[in-house]
Design a binder for this molecule. Sequence first.
Ligand SMILES: [Fe+2]
Ligand SMILES: [Fe+2]
Length: 160
Amino acid sequence: MIFWNETNWRSYCACVDDLLHSDEVRSMRTIRHHPGVSCYEHSVFVSYMAFRLARRWGMDCRAAARGGLLHDLYLYDPHTLRSYRQCFAHPVAAARNAAALCGGLSAKEENIILAHMWPIAVRRPRSGEAFAVCLADKICAIAEVLRIWRRLRMCRVVLG
Ligand SMILES: [Fe+2]
Ligand SMILES: [Fe+2]
């Protein structure tokens, strides 16, 4: 599977364009998530990977892309909380902010966001799309920490 190309990126953007241009999502650019990676960069990376996984598995790739983009919309400095507390608190804050941004969330969208820390946190993914975001989150976090994501050209793509 070629991870990134122009056609896939355009299909992805068609699912999330309104969110990508919102002030709330863009404000994640100022929040550091992993060393050298902002919350915005991480969220777009997860969202795009979840979109690709869901499409490949014949699922709702739009729901996966949108849930992936909003899964870490907690919008505060994560270093203000101890890492144990941040692990459980940030999906709840992200779901609240995502609901405010979108004028409410469906049960599936809410679960995609709340369950993305499974199995570290106890809330389980209840749909294939939620599982795609959960899996993409782990893969992307590893790629970011190991700095592999720059080689996938996502750095250039995300930042334009
Ligand atoms: Fe998260
Ligand atoms: Fe994440």
